[in-house]
Design a protein around this ligand. Structure first.
Ligand code: NAD
Ligand code: MG
Length: 381
């Protein structure tokens, strides 16, 4: 029986993780759940999964929950208690399903305890990939990717030699604006950007998919997870989202992993690896899909993609600047404060303004995140 702690249990990945866990009651026991503020959803989860503790980062909401559930489980509150629970409580697997930079610190704590981390929070590897991968080795921790592309590559690499990999091919749906002209970005609305053709996800990653920043972040994530140079990481547009990614080997052979666009599959794999457990999830009906198409990505239209490749080549703290600027810009777009087309402009501005540092330590990364956020917030007003 594996004890599971889910960070971000009310989000899209958190809910899918609980859907998987519900199917295997003799394999997994939920010991902890954390959320930012959605206590109504959390209360239902507490009643069903009976965790030992929960953390609500919003302190007012935590108080409210405490009085609502009257002693059903321990309730901690605030970000510091979230970190303490990751550091001190008993669990085997951490599901990292918080969104954004806030996911970094708890992931680092779980790594220091040598835990298995089913990692959805790609921002952790984007901002601190080098530090994270070193710590994982030092503490014999294990990161199993939940991001569907990286889960696919992970599965394709089983039994293979990394030296024989010619390139990774990350597939991208292209998002809701794949067939729009760049001029459309001037007037694109929040609803249009949130209308992803294949995946139902949280709002931040859905906007990242519309700008294609998501794929840029995933290239950085792949670099650190698989230890390959950016020259060996390619993107191909595959609008059907059935091939989740591929690996091409030095003999020209390509291995791919396929499945429906449903995060339950990569989440289950990350929880049960190296085993595969039989489930009753819907199967892929290939004849019904009819055809698979592939295109080159358009770097001129999707400027965020270009910015992401630039920061990988530049290195230092530039991925952290890119990430923080993107988080603020996306938030401002979702609040109707900026146009869709301004997202890459703000990120570019931050990258030009903030001085780079090479081989940053973790304090430098936290400081960089903070000053970038302040810079972009000032730039918007
Ligand atoms: P979401 O917005 O649906 O959920 C985020 C969860 O994190 C919520 O439970 C929220 O309460 C919690 N949270 C948010 N900010 C917090 C904070 N500051 N402190 C504590 N808790 C906080 O997001 P999501 O779509 O589930 O994505 C989660 C992560 O997984 C992201 O990093 C995303 O890029 C990655 N991911 C998601 C998908 C997907 O299908 N949704 C696919 C691949 C990767
Ligand atoms: Mg993905």
């Amino acid at each position: 029986m594996k004890k599971i702690l889910i960070l971000g249990s009310t989000g899209s990945i958190g809910v899918n993780a609980l859907d998987v866990i519900r199917k295997f009651p003799d394999r997994f026991k939920v010991v902890g759940l954390t959320v930012n503020s959605k206590i109504d959803a959390l209360e239902k989860q507490i009643k069903e999964f009976q965790p030992e503790f929960v953390v609500v980062t919003d302190e007012t909401k935590a108080k409210e929950l405490k009085s609502n559930i009257a002693g059903l489980c321990k309730v901690f509150s605030g970000y510091n208690e979230l970190l303490e629970s990751v550091t001190q409580m008993d669990y085997d697997i951490l599901v990292g399903a918080m969104v954004g930079f806030a996911g970094l610190a708890p992931t680092l704590e779980a790594i220091k305890r040598g835990k298995r981390i089913a990692l959805a929070n790609k921002e952790t590897l984007v901002v601190a990939g080098e530090i994270v991968t070193k710590l994982v080795l030092e503490h014999s921790a294990q990161i199993i990717p939940v991001d569907s592309e990286h889960s696919a590559i992970y599965q394709c690499l089983i039994g293979e030699n990394l030296n024989e990999v010619e390139k990774l091919i990350l597939t991208a749906s292209g998002g809701p604006f794949l067939n729009k002209d760049k001029s459309f970005f001037e007037t694109a609305t929040i609803d249009e950007a949130l209308n992803h053709p294949n995946w139902k996800m949280g709002s931040k990653i859905t906007i990242d998919s519309a700008t294609m920043m998501n794929k840029g972040l995933e290239v950085i994530e792949a670099k650190w997870l698989f230890g390959l140079p950016v020259e060996k990481i390619n993107i191909v547009i595959h609008p059907q989202s059935i091939i989740h990614s591929m690996v091409q080997f030095v003999d020209g052979s390509i291995k791919a992993q396929l499945g429906l666009p449903d995060m339950k599959l990569p989440i289950q794999y990350a929880l049960t690896f190296p085993e595969r457990l039989k489930n009753d999830f819907e199967r892929t009906n290939l004849p019904a899909i009819n055809n698979f198409t592939f295109f080159e990505p358009d770097f001129d239209k999707f400027e965020c993609l270009k910015l992401a490749y630039n920061v990988i080549r530049t290195g230092g703290i530039t991925p952290c600047i890119l990430n923080a600027a993107n988080e603020i810009a996306v938030d401002k777009f979702l609040k109707g404060k900026i146009k869709f087309s301004q997202i890459p402009c703000l990120i570019d501005k931050a990258l030009n303004h903030i001085e780079n540092h090479f081989e940053p330590d973790i304090e430098t990364i936290f400081e960089c995140d903070k000053i970038t956020r302040e810079f972009v917030l000032d730039a918007v007003v």
